[in-house]
Design a protein around this ligand. Sequence first.
Ligand code: ZN
Length: 395
Amino acid sequence: MNRSYKVFTIGGIQIFIDWTWLLAIAFFTWSLGAYYDATFPSWGLGTAYLIGAVSTILLFVNVLLHELGHSFTGRSLGLPVNSITLFLFGGVSNLTTEPQTPRIEFLVAIAGPLVSLLLAGLFYLLHAAAGGGSSEVSAVLGYLASVNLILALFNLIPAFPLDGGRVFRSIAWGITGSLTRATRLATSVSKLFAALFIAGGLLEALGFGQFISGLWLAFIGWFLYNSATASSQQAVMDQVLRGVDVRDVMDPAPASIAPSTPVQSLLFDHLLDGSQRAVAVQSPDGTLLGLVTLSDLRQLQQEEWSSTPVSRIMTPATELSTVTPVEDLQQAIGLLAGNRYHQLPVVEDGHLVGMLNRDHVMQYLQLRQLQSRQQGPASSLDDRSRISPARRRVG
Ligand SMILES: [Zn+2]
């Protein structure tokens, strides 16, 4: 699911579009066009499909508003949100950290359906004001009213990753006081609903001859079932990582070079053996000045390598995302994954104190998951063992 493209930014939140979204556009335009053509035969076929396409685009604008409801609520409650992705089944807000309390999880989850419900009311009033007749504008307003109502109700079904799954989990979390138990309960309920979707869809397709819509329903059920499994794995991960800081996993002695080092020696002494993707550029007093990667070399012709200092091609420290050694590892992983970084410099008072590499984080996660499977999650929680990075080099 990595084929998504950034299209624009709203209030600091990046909006991505996944390639599967194009399938949804085609499917909705086609089915809405057929619906309008059957309901308003006086429009003609061309108009019906044109209004179908317009309605589809507006549908996704409303899906985006729903997601922005989650995102802005999350941000106002201290959860950093960096992106929203529109894909086949709608939209998803990518929160970089999990909510820390049941109250926050509840509020963030309920915000989306509330926005959809408000929009449904608003479009219903506009539809009524437009006379409710068979004009194109009134038909689109009526469609937006009902589709927002469906969005609100569908998302409240208590199945992960729908909002209702999170609403359910936050309530169970509040009552039991245990995130693990709440997640287990919510996952079971999610799988039950997913199975109902699949069974209902197959029945509709095979029993009642509604082939396309039945399969679509079954497909949604299959998607929900997989997501429920994934979110229970995510919950195990959350538990494994609780209380682990960046310094427990970072490379405490990353390779670094002086700003005057020629690009040639950066290449031959550090990058060519393939063990490092990036090298930090440091002043003699240890201040982080920048980061230089293999791809920065593309700015230069080969004959310039021996005469150019790395400071000319590095990404300066002011433009780098960095973490501190005491930052939550989970937050740092969110930053790595959310921005597709391979490494993050670890900085304290402007000085480079380590490097957090994606490969080391992956190794660490695999190790901890193995441990927690062998020991049971409870006993491994306070065991903050360190792993030493496989390839440690001092530059
Ligand atoms: Zn939602």
